[in-house]
Design a protein around this ligand. Structure first.
Ligand code: ASP
Ligand code: MG
Length: 412
């Protein structure tokens, strides 16, 4: 039998009614001839509640016990889903991560899946079981302790199962009906994409389009798992949702696939730093050690052996960055005159694999922003992406203008 992986996110299993509705979809795929592996999230809000309990009980909590607590939300939905399927006469049973076993690293709260042996579940399929309901987000460490994969981790569980079982497809059921050209809350012209390439999705996912956990897209790309994102609230159809797939499987696409943004960014500038070998290491080493997620980096041209260094990071990491840099200066590792923080910036990016073969995309972006009177503070580019840092108050305007300029409301 071909295998299908179906993952249901928190809102899709948020009540007994919704579990029923999801189970019906599973039943339909069983009727279509699939053996199905269902991956479930906790009921919506449940994981947040559990994290709250942990933090209230123990501010400096033991990460192993954190995982023991927060993994439990998925156990509930796995059991309920299996029972609901049984009520519909679909042979099903639940599996917690350790029972499969989903073998992970010991990095509690952000573990990585290392291996998913498929014998146990395949043996059950062989005995006539039709659906294996697996609790997402969790696994077991080499030490035999329960682990979790980081928030949003059940997407990654789903893709890892699809890879381990050679599934025909991995369907991710969520509360949005697919991946959009940009956030529909910012422009009503945002259009649902039928297909998007793994690499584009990776850029969009890490740029703040919160549909899929970034790690799940990385895995899907590595193992060429066909991923479909679709809503569990819409009537099923073949065109439903967005297929995230290899570039070769996309026949036609716009040069720019989407416009992404990240609202809570900050820009920090160190003035008057020495332009010498090792200066970047002396600045960014301490920032990395302090856990600051540095994104864009610009070093100015040198003037009399001195230069300015500018970088961006999330707004809520500015205090930590400032402390790390001042400590490094006090320790004599490097020097600077001033540390200027601009906490009122946002990042806007255009993403598309078509940029590889088209010239003038960046220029068009800059011209579009100029026409709106928006000043660009920092620019970075990659093969398939151009990002700019701008004043936060213009973020929506920039996204709308770029969406119009690249005609993303129209399919290629
Ligand atoms: N329940 C977990 C979370 O809320 C995992 C998931 O739903 O993907 O982060
Ligand atoms: Mg999610």
């Amino acid at each position: 039998m071909p295998i299908l992986v179906m993952k249901f996110g928190g809102t899709s299993v948020g009540s007994l009614d919704r579990i029923q509705r999801a189970a019906k979809r599973v039943g339909r795929e069983v009727a279509n001839g699939y053996d199905v592996i269902v991956i479930v999230s906790a009921m919506s809000g449940e994981t947040n509640k559990l994290v709250g309990y942990v933090e209230e009980t123990s501010p400096l909590f033991d990460a192993r016990e954190y995982d023991a607590v927060v993994s439990s939300g998925e156990n509930v939905t796995a059991g309920l889903m299996a029972m609901t399927l049984q009520e519909m006469d679909v042979p099903a049973r639940s599996w917690q991560g350790w029972q499969v076993p989903v073998k992970t690293t010991s990095a509690h709260a952000s573990a990585r899946i290392e291996e998913i042996p498929n014998e146990n579940i395949l043996a059950k399929f062989g005995e006539g079981m039709k659906v294996a309901v697996v609790a997402g987000f969790q696994g077991i460490s080499p030490e035999g302790r329960i682990t979790t994969l980081g928030r949003g981790g059940s997407d990654t569980t789903a893709v890892a199962f699809a890879a381990a079982f050679g599934a025909e497809r991995c369907d991710i059921y969520t509360d949005v009906d697919g991946v959009y050209t940009t956030d529909p809350r910012i422009t009503a012209k945002a259009r649902k994409l039928d297909r998007i390439a793994f690499e584009e999705m990776l850029e969009l996912a890490s740029l703040g389009a919160k549909v899929l956990q970034t790690r799940s897209v990385e895995l899907a790309m590595r193992y060429n798992v066909k991923l479909r994102v679709l809503s569990s609230f819409e009537e099923p159809s073949d065109e439903a949702g967005t297929l995230v797939c290899a570039e070769e499987d996309i026949v036609e696409s716009n040069v720019v696939a989407g416009v992404a943004y990240s609202r809570e960014e900050a820009k920090l500038t160190l003035t008057h730093v020495e332009d010498r070998p090792g200066i970047a290491a002396a600045i960014f080493g301490p920032l990395a050690d302090a856990g600051v997620n540095v994104d864009m980096i610009v070093q100015n041209i040198s003037d009399a052996g001195m230069t300015d260094m500018t970088f961006s990071c999330p707004v809520n990491e500015v205090k930590r960055a400032e402390k790390a840099l001042k400590d490094a200066r006090d320790a004599g590792e490097m020097g600077f005159a001033e540390l200027i923080a601009d906490t009122e910036v946002a990042k806007v990016s255009i993403v598309g694999i078509g940029m590889r073969s088209h010239a003038g995309v960046a220029a068009k972006m800059f011209k579009t922003l100029r026409d709106e009177g928006i000043n660009i503070k920092v620019i970075t580019t990659s093969e398939i992406k151009v990002s700019v840092l701008i004043d936060r108050k213009y973020m929506e305007l920039a996204v709308q203008a770029l969406h119009d300029a690249f005609e993303l409301d129209k399919a290629a």
